[in-house]
Structures are given as structure tokens and as C-alpha cells.
Design a protein around this ligand. Structure first.
Ligand code: ADP
Ligand code: MG
Length: 145
């Protein structure tokens, strides 16, 4: 694939817990960057889905977080770290359908327990680390070919 990259493309976003009004800001900005440089639509979609789910989890579960993406000619790397409760049992949290989302979040249409599994499914590399009482860090890499 011939990408139109002649600069380092990266972006950084602050995500505030509970701020649903800003949900999707980081993933949408990243998505338009990827389209702008000519990344295949199916790959852009994977990156956008994975990033949006990560963003939502910070908004729903953490006090605050940061999302950073870095585009190189062959891939995009997305890192999300938050200050929050952390995840006690990562293996359980990774299971499809597992969710601790409160009722008011479910009423908004969230909390199907598919976020983490879909982040993993849509990434070529997926790493998650968490310290209970401190926060969670996720790194995802999506290759362009
Ligand atoms: N950033 C996070 N901080 C704390 N807990 C999290 C975080 N992300 C996910 N979790 C936990 O993992 C569970 C599964 O997450 P996910 O697969 O995105 O499903 P959902 O958000 O629909 O519950 C959540 O219900 C929550 O308990
Ligand atoms: Mg989620």
C-alpha cells in the first residue's frame, strides 16, 4: 500500500471519566487522519472500533485517562492509560459478555461486555496491564497490510 505519509503523525487526547459528551473524540480524529493518508477503509474501521471501545472504558470506569496514537508507514500504535480502579481479574474482564457496568450505563446502551474482546479482535497486537487501585494501560497495534 502506498501511503501518503511525509510527517510523523500522532495525536494525544485527555479523557475525563464520566464525560460522555466527549465520547468518540479521539477515535474520530484518529479515523479521519487514517483516511486522509489513504489507509484501507477496513483497517481504518478496525482501528476506530478498538479505539472507541478503549475511550468508552476510560469514560465509564476511570477518573481520567490519556489516549495517544502514533502512525508509522506500516502500522498504527494506540496507547491508553487511565487513573482508575484497575481490573482485578483481566482474564475474566476479557471474556465476551462480562461487564460490571452499572444500570445507568446499561440504560445508555453500554455495558454489553464486548469492549475488551472487540479491542483484541480488531488489533494485531493487544496488551493490557492493570494495577488495582491505580489504573489500566492498553496498547494496541494495527498493521496496515
Ligand atoms: N479502564 C478500565 N478500568 C477499570 N475497569 C475496566 C476498564 N475497562 C474495562 N474494565 C472492566 O472490564 C469489564 C469488561 O469491559 P468491556 O469488555 O469493555 O465491557 P463493558 O464496558 O461493556 O462492561 C468492565 O465491565 C469493567 O469491569
Ligand atoms: Mg467497554
Amino acid at each position: 500500500m502506498d501511503l501518503n505519509i511525509n510527517e510523523i503523525i500522532e495525536g494525544s487526547f485527555q479523557i475525563i471519566g464520566g464525560n460522555f459528551a466527549n465520547a468518540g473524540e479521539a477515535s474520530m480524529q484518529m479515523k479521519s487522519k487514517l483516511m486522509e493518508i489513504g489507509v484501507h477503509e477496513a483497517i481504518v474501521r478496525r482501528a476506530a472500533i478498538a479505539t472507541f471501545e478503549a475511550e468508552m472504558n476510560v469514560i465509564i470506569y476511570a477518573a481520567a485517562g490519556r489516549l495517544h496514537y502514533y502512525i508509522s508507514p506500516d502500522k498504527i500504535t494506540i496507547k491508553i492509560d487511565d487513573m482508575g480502579p484497575g481490573i482485578e481479574n483481566i482474564e475474566l474482564a476479557m471474556q465476551e459478555g462480562y461487564s460490571t457496568a452499572p444500570d445507568w450505563v446499561r440504560e445508555m446502551g453500554w455495558g454489553a461486555g464486548m469492549g475488551l474482546p472487540n479491542m483484541k479482535k480488531n488489533s494485531d497486537e493487544f496488551k493490557i496491564d492493570s494495577v488495582v487501585g491505580e489504573g489500566t494501560t492498553i496498547q494496541m497495534i494495527i498493521n496496515f497490510s
